[in-house]
Design a binder for this molecule. Sequence first.
Ligand SMILES: Cc1cc2nc3c(=O)[nH]c(=O)nc-3n(C[C@H](O)[C@H](O)[C@H](O)COP(=O)(O)OP(=O)(O)OC[C@H]3O[C@@H](n4cnc5c(N)ncnc54)[C@H](O)[C@@H]3O)c2cc1C
Length: 217
Amino acid sequence: MNQPMPVTDTPNTSAAADPQAPVVIVGNGPAGMAAARALLARRPAAHVVIYGAEPHRPYNRVRLSSVLAGDVAWDGLTDHLIVPSEARVEQRLGYSVVAVDHQQHRVIDAAGNSQRYSKLILATGSHPHVPGISGIDLPGVYTFRNRDDAEALAARRVRSHHTVVLGGGLLGLEAARGMQRNGTRVTVVEHADRLMSSQLDLGASQTLASHLAELGI
Ligand SMILES: Cc1cc2nc3c(=O)[nH]c(=O)nc-3n(C[C@H](O)[C@H](O)[C@H](O)COP(=O)(O)OP(=O)(O)OC[C@H]3O[C@@H](n4cnc5c(N)ncnc54)[C@H](O)[C@@H]3O)c2cc1C
């Protein structure tokens, strides 16, 4: 999970929430965008401010593997928000919220800007778990979580002869398949006794492993 944002309490200076202030949504992943859609469906004249730490337009993270595999172009992932004509929606891309002052009903972004809110929705998602093993911070080691990661991996794949994927869960296997383009050799390393150990029993996992071996993984 993300580190919690600091919540600032300023004693004796508590202000009432301004009902005219916008609803602020922090995070423009699937959850944040679904919250915005649900809000606009109920209140078509709502004022909404959506923060996204990534500099890109909202996209469907679940389909990142399809982009890495070359099956879908980036445009196919864009998460469009249909905004009713009476609504005011501001999408602040590349703005990370770093603090919440709930006494003053405002959030602060990384550039120091302050934004009042009437209601605040935190939809900040999660971070990849990176094991604390030696060498993990060396160049050539990547995570697979966001658009920047996928672009870096696709660029690396062009000159990589052998890619090792740590983690034989669903995401690891999707990444392995994606990295195989251009004939790169791919090896998956899994510390449990089988692939997709959360989903599959030993027999099913062995069938999957044979299928992957046939694909050259
Ligand atoms: C390649 C891939 C495939 C996946 N496939 C599936 C799948 O098939 N099914 C499934 O259920 N799940 C899948 N997942 C898990 C997937 O991440 C979640 O289901 C989904 O993205 C969760 O949506 P979310 O909006 O809660 O969080 P996220 O998608 O993580 O979005 C949160 C957003 O908030 C932004 N943010 C975080 N902190 C701040 C801040 N302080 N200020 C501003 N913005 C901030 C982040 O930059 C991010 O864009 C997949 C994940 C990956 C990486």
